[in-house]
Ligand binder design. Sequence first.
Ligand code: KG4
Ligand code: ZN
Length: 348
Amino acid sequence: NREPLVLGIETSCDETGIGIVRGSTLLSNTIASSMDEHARYGGVVPEVAARAHLEALQPTIEAAVAEAGITLDEIDAVAVTSGPGLAGALMVGIGAAKALAVSLDKPLYAVNHLVGHIAADLLTGEDVEYPTIALLVSGGHTSLLLVRDLVSDVELLGETLDDAAGEAFDKVARILGLPYPGGPEIDRAAATGDPAAIRFPRGLSKASDLAEHRYDFSFSGLKTAVARWVEQDAARQAESGDAPAIPVPDVAASFREAVVDVLVTKALDACARYGVPRLLLGGGVIANRRLREVALERAAAAGVAVRIPPLSLCTDNGAMIAALAAQLIMSGHRPSTLAFGADSTLPV
Ligand code: KG4
Ligand code: ZN
């Protein structure tokens, strides 16, 4: 009754991720990213991402298998993200997973990408306890979830109604003349800025919004507010005869503060409301230094334990998909039939 050896395939966005796990033990986590190809467009281009997955899958599978020190025919199951994500990108991974499962005559598990992010925590080697609140923030999603049980009871409490948090970083970076991806650039620029320099709006955080959209997020108004402030500031500077220059550090720090404030406030509000003293963070935006700092600080004050897996497990990867499938297998779930397809809006 040994733990299942699972190969996971993740292609929901711009990362081709192949991971191999045995139960909750990480054997390999290999990533090929098409991020550089999207840079000149300022965001992920679905067609470009799908084509890049097609090219990267074979070599990335080979690399993951080599790194894990196994042969393909040893695996017990294949797992793949079936959604949510970019339809074309998902389809490439699903096609590869089906082909692999059929040719190896192994069961195939279609899994949810967001729940995969939660499963990533199992691979840290530390004890994981449920229930937990999970805040997942990346270029593609901003979701707050209540996890009572990983394989049977994950509830979406709220998500972004417009831009994802990472997308907001990328769009604001563009306004400030910083390159893509904007998150790390803004993080760097903000280090020398004053977070209180400009009071930017905290989307859906007014009392009336909280009543209606308690845990939903909105970042497009914030992005517009930054654009308008930069425009008006340039006009002010021009009027006083100066050559206009954006005060990038102050705008970056003030914008970052607004995003972080909303994310942490809502996450900890959920912890309090549901009586859950645990908060799991995931997604690429977790790399943000201020987000980690504020989350740890305010959570400590609220008596909430914060878990932040290493960044290689927080960003999109195949290991988290394999880890989730391993849990499904160990809890007796049946494999998927070959009839499933990509579901870009797959609910948890
Ligand atoms: O999870 P991830 O690697 O993949 C996608 O969503 O595709 O997340 C990437 C996103 C980008 O929007 C990027 O700007 C953002 O995460 N990001 C950050 C930071 N590092 C990456 N956002 C804020 N601060 C950072 N330090
Ligand atoms: Zn993701």
